[in-house]
Design a protein around this ligand. Structure first.
Ligand code: PMP
Length: 286
């Protein structure tokens, strides 16, 4: 089935959903986006995603022509039109079409795109057995150059790291920040477990503050698993008892090997499994 895509509130068949080649989203990566999930017809953490989208837009001085509430309604409308209950949702706001120069003021209208579709980021075996990752030599964007908190259409930094991961036969790659500390993966946040405690890098390590990351922290509190946002280095990951990644597309996925070091027992650990089960229950039961 060909899903309908919403562009500025108008619906187009996927094949006909097009924007201008003069759009600065294409020409310069000038725009922002969100990736979120619907489970049983309900968008998980919609408000948090919309808040992050509008904050990303504010950070690049991009006025989104509709309110967050209207954006939320458009998301649900697009899901309904496509009869999708369980879906991946991609929101994109571009600067709009302009002239062949950087000046954003010469762009006409921001384009608001809502794509609803299915996603299968990693094969089921990875969820069962855990995944292997490697550290990329490409460091995460320096926050003073381009804040990783902005979910912008400029993903080259992460794509370069992803290429390194793929070249090493891995689906994900670990990115360090300019200080050599653990930041995050190319499209996922990272957690480790050590002696029953959960650790994840703080936002000022230069990461995207993941909505799934925050949901897992919330879950850990509920399950009375101690959780600490702490600066981590690769050594901490190598000697961890467990490691897992979080993301809207990935959900919670165990990591059992990092840079050829087996993590813990080399299988998804008990705390990872508990959190993963609790996360599934939460998204499916509300
Ligand atoms: N880090 C990066 C760089 C990402 O692109 C993403 C989203 N794919 C995440 C972390 C996870 O964020 P979220 O849980 O909000 O999807």
């Amino acid at each position: 089935m060909s899903f309908q895509v919403s562009i500025n509130g108008e619906l187009f068949a996927k094949e006909d959903a097009k924007i201008s080649v003069y759009d600065h989203g294409l020409l310069y990566g000038d725009g922002v986006f969100e990736g979120m999930r619907a489970y049983g017809g309900k968008v998980f953490k919609l408000d948090a995603h919309l808040e992050r989208l509008y904050e990303s837009a504010r950070a690049i001085a991009l006025p989104i022509p509709i309110t967050a509430a209207e954006m939320g309604e458009e998301v649900y409308r697009t899901l309904r039109v496509n009869r999708l209950e369980d879906a991946y949702i991609r929101l994109v706001v571009t600067r709009g079409s302009g002239s062949l120069g950087l000046d954003p003021n010469r762009c006409s209208h921001p384009q608001v795109i809502v794509i609803t579709d299915h996603i299968a980021l990693y094969p089921p075996a990875r969820y069962r057995d855990g995944m292997e990752i490697v550290t990329a030599s490409t460091m995460r964007n320096h926050p003073a150059a381009l804040s990783p908190r902005i979910k912008s259409l400029n993903y080259l930094n992460n794509i370069l790291a992803k290429l390194e991961g793929l070249r090493a036969g891995c689906d994900e790659a670990l990115m360090l920040n300019h200080k050599g500390e653990v930041a995050e993966c190319t499209g996922d946040n990272i957690f480790i477990v050590k002696r029953g405690e959960l650790f994840t890098p703080p936002t000022d390590a230069g990461i995207l503050e993941g909505i799934t990351r925050n949901a897992v922290i919330e879950l850990a509190h509920r399950l009375e698993i101690p959780v600490v946002e702490k600066t981590l280095v690769r050594h901490d990951v190598y000697v961890a008892d467990e490691c897992f990644l979080t993301g809207s597309a990935a959900e919670v996925i165990s990591v059992t090997k990092v840079d050829d070091r087996v993590i813990g027992a080399g299988v998804p650990g008990p705390i990872t499994q508990r959190l993963s089960e609790a996360f599934k229950k939460w998204v499916n039961e509300g």
